[in-house]
Write a protein that binds this ligand. Structure first.
Ligand code: FES
Ligand SMILES: [Fe+2]
Length: 300
């Protein structure tokens, strides 16, 4: 996977409680945990003899390995070796600690040269969502995250993949889309004849939003697990006072129905990674896909 200097949302804040959490991201096994100050992210492998730190616990603001109790501070330094009381702990006996931050209900991981989070650019944000309540749900697609992103930005597959659901109204052919590109993303305006015109917004590196109607926004972030797997964090935002349990249920249902139609086709695409697909024959109706590939090139 190519390295990109950018903030990636990689986890929902709601997933991470008091216990350490194991997640594979960008093909690497990681552990996330909460110190008193912030979220911490490290390789999920103890430098002593390789046990998963995610099976351990947080003790005195450190993460303790489940195997022999070595403790690592949020910065990665080993600060306690209970089995070797007499041994001086050397500075090199530690772990890398990745740059992370927590904003808008996501945990974000910085991909690029290491810097303190406070010195890095702000995380990207969709417009229009501030103050709205939302429901959330996750699913995993057996596909590269770049293919998943192209799929949700592509209006022209709707009458085919979703002929019985969200694409029913387009049976006579896809509705034209007007594309508006800006730094760090693009918008697609669906040029429907009647009613409010849905707007799709994509923000690099992996954030998608559909402003479906005045009161509802759907969002999804596509988190790279490894080259063949993507964890999708879906949300539905409402202007209406809908109870969280109903909003979660609606988000789950829409993922079960609509995304379940998408992923088998997406997982069938070759090559897996869009960065390797330069020989594809793109059509004018692929304008959002072309815009996405331009962003990929610009940020690499
Ligand atoms: S493997 Fe972690 S303390 Fe031994
Ligand atoms: Fe789709």
């Amino acid at each position: 996977m190519a390295e990109k200097a950018h903030w990636f949302p990689v986890l929902a804040s709601s997933e991470l409680g008091k216990k350490p959490l194991a997640k594979t991201r960008f093909g690497e096994r990681l552990v996330f945990w909460r110190s008193k100050e912030s979220v911490v992210c490290m390789p999920n492998r103890c430098p002593h003899r390789g046990a998963a730190l995610s099976l351990g616990r947080v003790v005195n603001n450190n993460i303790a390995c489940p195997f022999h109790g070595l403790e690592f501070a949020p910065g990665g330094k080993c600060v306690h070796m209970p089995v070797e009381q007499s041994q001086r702990i050397t500075d090199d006996f530690g772990l890398r600690s990745y740059t992370v931050c927590e904003v808008d209900g996501y945990v974000w991981l910085w991909r690029g040269d290491e810097s303190p989070a406070a010195e890095l650019p702000p995380v990207p944000k969709h417009s229009g969502l501030i103050g709205l309540r939302y429901g959330e749900s996750t699913s995993v697609w057996p596909a590269h995250y770049t293919r998943c992103i192209e799929n949700v930005c592509d209006f022209s597959h709707l009458p085919f993949v979703h002929s019985k659901t969200i694409g029913r109204a387009m049976r006579d052919g896809p509705t034209p889309v007007e594309l508006e590109e800006f730094t760090g993303g693009f918008r697609g305006h669906l040029m429907k004849q009647k009613g409010p015109k849905p707007v799709l917004e994509f923000l690099y590196p992996n954030m998608w939003m559909l402003h479906a109607s005045h009161n509802i926004y759907m969002t999804a972030v596509f988190v790279p697990v490894d080259d063949h797997s993507t964890e999708v964090y879906g949300r539905s935002y409402y202007r209406l006072p809908i109870p969280k349990i109903l909003a979660d249920g609606y988000t789950r249902l829409s993922q079960l129905i609509v995304f379940a139609e998408d992923w088998p086709v997406v997982a069938s695409q070759e090559p897996w990674d869009v960065n390797d697909a330069s020989d594809e024959r793109l059509l004018p109706s692929d304008a959002p896909v072309i815009a996405y590939r331009k962003l990929l090139r610009n940020y690499q």
